[in-house]
Design a protein around this ligand. Structure first.
Ligand SMILES: Cc1cc2nc3c(=O)[nH]c(=O)nc-3n(C[C@H](O)[C@H](O)[C@H](O)COP(=O)(O)OP(=O)(O)OC[C@H]3O[C@@H](n4cnc5c(N)ncnc54)[C@H](O)[C@@H]3O)c2cc1C
Length: 381
């Protein structure tokens, strides 16, 4: 049987997950380009319950693994006005055990890397891509070591994707005026698998369980404030925001800072090149959507290849179907998460009105809550 050759550029969480998923198809050879990733030690990702199955299958990972924390409840606390408004969500409302499973990026990346090393269908090349020539018939990739030809090249090389640039796929990018700080706290009151989200004027402070008395922190505020923050100030902000719910908090003396930005590729393919994960879409880290969107890119492409009679993975019919099947989901998340983000960070009257209506409706209407919860979990695509 003819074997088709796929190159995956980028061995981040999405690139490695894609490589393992595609290795189940027997008529393709996979070459994965990139270095073993090292993420910030505090960076965790909440993987939605609806997406977690992929890791049960590929890594034999169980939700009860000690490195995974269940996210069963979340509490949104709006401190924008003088009177606090609080909304509670419980996974039990929609008959789920948990909304999501929170996992350290480094733990997941190490597990994926180990599995890839043991997988004989994947060639791992510890090389970075430097050039690409593509047309409708073939794609050639260049590294410092030489060049090779593929039937399909998949860009999984993250938000600054070189593959997106080299394939001349247009995209829009916006850098917000905020920065994102991630760190971890130890707290005296157990979190009981609850994530807390404190909304203040132009800032957001979120805690996500990493164990019973430890939570990851994601803090979004103006770049000016975050980039120059000192440990005492950070301690105070976290204590003021979370001590009502988590008791005494001790903040790690280390943290990482990310820019707050959003990217949307106009199209997910060109010739024999396609994009997955953050090379195609970046959204602000609210509502646990970013990686989950990338996991749905992977499942969609895998299902498409497995079900198709046209085996050539770089054929236009396959790539345009992938684009059409993913477009609406990406567009909906991109629009809704950015609107939500701007309503949280912006003090403009229109956005505040939107927030107030949202809060009122969310507290009163069970139907709206259910729609939001199931949409957030992507049951209705
Ligand atoms: C603070 C924060 C919190 C988040 N929380 C969540 C959450 O709770 N839930 C959620 O779903 N998502 C979340 N996200 C989003 C999620 O982290 C990302 O969507 C995900 O990590 C992106 O993975 P990726 O593999 O697409 O990109 P990356 O992790 O950036 O991987 C890209 C890889 O490509 C490699 N590469 C780059 N250039 C080349 C080249 N030329 N040749 C070869 N390799 C190359 C890089 O070295 C890197 O290893 C969060 C993001 C942030 C910033």
């Amino acid at each position: 049987m003819q074997k088709y050759k796929i190159a995956i550029v980028g061995s981040g969480i999405i690139g490695m997950t894609l490589a393992l998923q595609l290795s189940a198809i027997n008529y393709i050879n996979i070459t994965l380009f990139g270095k073993q990733p090292k993420y910030s030690e505090f960076k965790t990702t909440a993987i939605l319950a609806t997406s977690f199955d992929i890791y049960k299958r590929l890594l034999d990972l169980n939700e009860s693994h000690p490195q995974i924390s269940k996210l069963k409840k979340f509490k949104i606390i709006d401190e924008l006005k003088t009177k606090k408004k609080i909304i509670d969500f419980d996974a039990a409302e929609i008959d789920l055990d948990s909304f999501a499973y929170n996992i350290r990026d480094n733990f997941l990346a190490d597990r994926l890397h180990k599995e890839i090393k043991n997988n004989t269908s994947i060639i791992f090349k510890n090389e970075f891509i430097e050039g690409l020539q593509d047309n409708l018939n073939k794609t050639i990739l260049n590294t410092s070591d030489g060049s090779a030809e593929f039937d399909l090249v998949i860009g999984a090389d993250g938000r600054n994707s070189i593959i997106r640039e080299l394939a001349a796929i247009n995209y829009s990018k916006k850098t917000y005026k905020e920065s994102i700080l991630v760190t971890e706290i130890i707290h005296s009151i157990p979190n009981k698998n609850t994530s807390f989200e404190i909304h203040r004027n132009g800032s957001l402070l979120t805690s996500v369980p990493t164990s019973n008395r430890k939570s990851a922190i994601v803090m979004i505020d103006t770049a000016e404030k975050i980039d120059n923050i000192d440990p005492d100030n950070l301690n105070k902000i976290i204590h003021d925001g979370l001590s009502t719910y988590l008791g005494n908090t001790t903040v790690s003396d280390k943290y990482s800072i990310f820019p707050s930005e959003t990217i949307n590729a106009e199209k997910l393919y060109r010739n024999r090149v396609m994009l997955v994960g953050e090379s195609a879409h970046v959204i602000p880290p609210i509502g646990a959507q970013g990686l989950n969107l990338g996991l749905r890119d992977i499942i969609t492409f895998y299902d498409l290849l497995s079900d198709s009679n046209a085996k050539d993975p770089g054929a236009k019919t396959i790539l345009s179907s992938y684009n059409n099947m993913r477009w609406l989901d990406i567009y909906k998340r991109y629009k809704s998460v950015n609107l939500l983000y701007q309503s949280m960070m912006n003090n403009n009257v229109g956005y505040s009105a939107l927030r107030n209506i949202g809060f009122l409706t969310l507290n009163k209407s069970r139907t709206v809550r259910n729609i939001l919860l199931t949409e957030g979990l992507s049951f209705n695509k």
